[in-house]
Design a binder for this molecule. Sequence first.
Ligand SMILES: *Cc1c(COP(=O)(O)O)cnc(C)c1O
Length: 445
Amino acid sequence: MPDFFAYRDGELYAEGVPVARIAAAVGTPFYLYSAGSLTARYRRFADALAAERPLICFAVKANSNLAVLRLLGGLGAGADVVSEGELRRALASGIPPDRIIFSGVGKTGPELDAALAAGIRQINVESIPELRRLSEAATARGAAARIAIRVNPDVDALTHAKISTGKKENKFGIDIDEAGGAYELAGELPGIEPVGLALHIGSQLVDLAPFRRAFERVAELVIELRGRGHTVRRLDLGGGIGIRYHAETPPEPSAYAALVREVFGSLDLDLAFEPGRVLCGPAGLMVARVVYVKEGSSRRFVILDAAMNDLIRPALYDSWHDIVPVRLPATGAVLATCDVVGPVCETGDTFATERELPPMAENDLVALTNAGAYGAVMSSTYNSRLLVPEILVAAGRFAVVRPRPSYEAMLALDAVPDWLGDGSRLPGASAGELTGEPLRERGAA
Ligand SMILES: *Cc1c(COP(=O)(O)O)cnc(C)c1O
């Protein structure tokens, strides 16, 4: 069980609050984040790198809740954003523009404009067409865009193919062989001020070797560019440090920091990092309730009220999340093999296959661990399920930091054009009876 979530007398607690009490107050499913865990994880990372005096830009796409951003921003974090929406979230949370970096392979004209208007620290440019588009946008506003060239170092991150970003065949960054030319071009284009290089080779890396290969290639490029007379002040080393979901042994922040020092220690660079998962993954649970236990002829299915629309990682990446009971079974309870699934009409809506679990019965609460990163941010309303709420717990108290919407609010997002009629003439139409009241008053048909 990750830090800050612990059993007391057989009950799962989050920072002194029984998880069952939160479930009773807000209903299930929900995400539960620990402020203490987020704080401790940020500090551990920042302390390991403190000697480099880096800027640590939290990768907002891992968890973009405003409360999480406010908390991390308060600890000194900046933000790595990949869309105008994330830029607005970072600014709304109070993170100052000079701590915001904009990454991403397909920033649109309006998004580049928004970044220039906000006066953010740096835009990481990933292609020549983007560089030209940014030059035009900056010139039009009479601004100078500070940019880093994102380098694709052609290194295998040895992670899941869907979250590997540093190979030549991946869409990200500019090939390392062409990055020098791009840097030169950046220096010539009006409205562009090249300040350095950026790098991010993938996510959930559990081995330092790919980091080392990528870092060494970029260090060479820094030296080469400086040798040709270019100023290279900043280096953004991205994120990607993995966490332990199951049996992985990810690097400690201290080992990662030692590698950074070893490769870049003598280059006198302003370093930035963009960690996401490692800061927030273990700081979150998804809590759900067992709806049914169904004995199939070959499997036992534990059917939860949470589904792939709430947590898509198992369906998307075949990823593992521990599933633990909120109330521990009596000692000596026998484990049973089951599939843990959601109610969505997709076979991929499976959280665990043939998993050994303690006895589970209807209405039991369970928690899926390590769900604080790439969980709520990837949720949807597929199957017209309500967007999953988020709760933040801190030292004995909790707050709903994103409420569960109402069904009315969900339906109100759609609009039916007048020319489809008001529904009263649909064949066999009769009043909706969900509430016992007709859904709307009808005139004479
Ligand atoms: C996703 C992403 C990150 C964060 O990755 P983690 O694995 O969550 O640390 C950092 N930088 C960029 C450019 C990204 O796309």
